[in-house]
Design a protein around this ligand. Structure first.
Ligand SMILES: Nc1nc2c(ncn2[C@@H]2O[C@H](COP(=O)(O)OP(=O)(O)OP(=O)(O)O)[C@@H](O)[C@H]2O)c(=O)[nH]1
Length: 248
């Protein structure tokens, strides 16, 4: 059937805005694996790319490339050379460049996932870099972590309690951990996820699709979970607690 030309006074088609989705959380909580899982689940019908952040290596990018979840050139590494939150909050230039390069090269993209380097409980993305963020904990970090709060736990767009399959081996009650997290988050969503549990992966994928729909409709408002807590950077400046109103 021939294409019917659009009427002259028809509204222009809405631009296909890429959703920039951040994944942050402490070291080893399963951020790269979560991104691999999302790429496997979503890339059949969504155009995707990934930016990884590591301090000194491109190891996370190499892991994702070797997992074969996306074409290798859709996965870019940013070597932060500094503590991970610096590159996702304080000076986002390198990450923004990587995201914009991917968006230009593979246009139109539906989703760019940005993986933070593993940091502590206080590291979250600047809303100038990403549109929505996942904060990732795992059950092996202890059942009480969710209760302790912090900007990512309290106010990320979704909190993932990851590696739920390990709960029986580490003596954690996942239901209780999720309930504690829900209490700390004033009703914002919490998802218990295990990469081999299809139902939990489907819930996470559905959450991502919902955010993408809201983003495209212009109804999703990027939130800033909040600034870093005052902290030091090891023995060299132990005791030099500082906020992030100034550079490092
Ligand atoms: N049992 C179990 N193990 C998992 C799951 N997800 C990830 N892992 C394992 O947890 C370990 C850490 O996973 P990664 O994905 O590398 O974690 P990460 O948060 O990206 O790590 P960093 O980048 O070093 O902060 C690896 O050995 C994974 O195989 C899960 O759902 N269940």
């Amino acid at each position: 059937m021939p294409d019917t030309p659009a009427p002259e006074n028809a509204a222009p088609a809405a631009p296909r805005r890429t959703l920039r989705l951040g994944v942050a959380g402490p070291v080893g909580t399963g951020k790269s694996s979560l991104i691999a899982t999302l790429c496997r689940e979503l890339s059949a019908d969504l155009a995707m790319a990934v930016v990884t952040n590591d301090i000194y290596t491109d190891e996370d990018a190499r892991f994702l490339r070797s997992a074969g979840v996306l074409d290798a050139d859709r996965i870019r590494a940013v070597e932060t050379g500094a503590c991970p939150h610096t590159a996702i909050r304080d000076d986002i230039t390198a990450n923004l460049d990587a995201v914009e390069d991917l968006e230009a090269e593979f246009a139109p993209l539906d989703i760019v996932l940005v993986e933070s380097g593993g940091d502590n409980l206080t590291a979250t993305f600047s809303p100038s870099l990403i549109d929505a963020q996942i904060f990732c904990l795992d059950v092996a970090g202890g059942g009480d972590v969710a209760r302790k709060g912090g900007p990512g736990i309290g106010r990320a767009d979704v909190l993932v309690v990851n590696k739920a399959d390990l709960a029986p081996y580490v003596g954690v009650d996942v239901g209780q951990m999720v309930a504690d997290a829900e209490k700390a988050r004033d009703g914002r969503p919490v998802l218990a996820v295990a990469r081999d549990d299809a139902a939990s992966v489907a819930r996470l994928s559905d959450w991502v699709r919902d955010v993408l729909d809201e983003h495209r409709a212009g109804t999703h408002v990027p939130q800033d979970p909040g600034p870093m807590a005052p902290h030091g950077h090891g023995p060299g400046d132990a005791g030099h607690g500082h906020g992030h109103g100034h550079g490092h």
